[in-house]
Design a protein around this ligand. Structure first.
Ligand SMILES: C[S@@+](CC[C@H](N)C(=O)[O-])C[C@H]1O[C@@H](n2cnc3c(N)ncnc32)[C@H](O)[C@@H]1O
Length: 293
């Protein structure tokens, strides 16, 4: 705890350390059932676009799952994340003994050609046809459900897939109990919903939007983050994730007054420092497929 931050600490998801630190949580949370459905439906050499790719942590997962042919294009609006993703993922593959060949743009790993680029995910979807797989991890709550579904359907080839793991769905749970828990959770979700395009119940709203479309919601499973102290510590860098979440909540509470809320934050930070705080975020993994040709 206590390191300086290079970027503002309000509701900013574009902090590389936060994105790398949540990786162990994402791996534990993602549904194996949804992943197996995805892999069974993917063509051999898919064209993949990841929107809001952050530091590109899903890429090594894809390769580990055997998706090592075709093309992966990761896009994110945050330029510093794109540079980070390119360097960190190259270094990671090499560290794992997986050969990487640098190209004029990006690199190849196995027979998968990889690029990271700074761009708006929705614009990329609108201008990129015939995509076999669009991935949006921890992204569905950021841009508006209807714009996202329209963009996905515009980009996907017939039979194409949208894989949206770790989609937030309006559950923010802490233990031990505190009398202000309900008020704080409500204030936090209202704060999210007040930001343009954001939706604190994106998981359920996406499922409902897909149900009404011509494609098929192939799968939906819970992928809650469960972040808890274990043996007097938090695994890997997960304590940093919890610290960031408390900072997000502080932003939400800054517009509200009340001593119970002030006490809530101080109590939660004390419990985090003492490794006594448990946090659960309710989320879904969604897998949607367009009809084939
Ligand atoms: C919660 S982070 C998730 C990052 C990554 N998918 C992961 O799970 O580690 C959301 C990411 O979306 C990016 N982002 C937000 N709006 C975007 C947009 N319209 N187009 C592309 N990226 C966007 C942010 O910069 C951030 O990196």
């Amino acid at each position: 705890m206590g390191e300086p931050f290079s970027i503002p600490r309000d509701m900013n998801h574009a902090d590389p350390r936060y994105l790398e630190a949540k990786r162990s949580l994402d791996s534990r949370a993602r549904s194996r059932r949804i992943r197996e459905k995805l892999l069974a439906a993917l063509p051999e050499k898919p064209t993949i676009v990841e929107i809001g790719c952050g530091t590109g942590t899903i890429l090594p997962q894809l390769v580990e799952w055997g998706v090592d042919r075709g093309r992966y294009r990761g896009v994110d609006t945050a330029e510093h994340l794109i540079a980070f993703a390119q360097d960190a993922r190259t270094a990671e593959f090499r560290h794992e003994g997986i050969p990487v060949t640098e190209q004029e743009q990006g690199f190849t790993v196995g027979e998968l050609s990889v690029t990271f680029e700074q761009a708006d995910g929705l614009e990329v979807l609108e201008t990129t046809p015939d995509v076999d797989l669009v991935i949006g991890q921890a992204f569905g709550d950021l841009v508006g459900v209807s714009k996202l579904v329209t963009g996905l359907e515009s980009a996907l080839a017939p039979g194409g897939l949208a894989y949206l793991p770790i989609t937030f769905d309006g559950g923010t749970i802490f233990q031990p109990d505190h009398p202000a828990d309900r008020a704080v959770e409500q204030a936090y979700h209202e704060f999210i919903d007040a930001e343009p395009g954001r939706d604190s119940q994106a998981g359920r709203h996406l499922a409902e939007a897909f149900r009404r479309r011509k494609g098929d919601l192939l799968g939906m499973a819970g992928s809650d983050w469960i972040l808890r102290p274990h043996g007097g510590t938090y695994p890997v860098d997960e304590g940093y994730v919890l610290r960031t979440i408390l900072d997000f909540i502080e932003s939400a509470l800054s517009e509200r007054t009340g001593s119970d809320r002030t006490d809530w934050l101080a109590t939660r930070r004390g419990q985090l420092a003492a490794r006594e705080l448990t946090y659960v975020a309710h989320q879904y993994d969604l897998l949607y497929q367009l009809p084939g040709s």
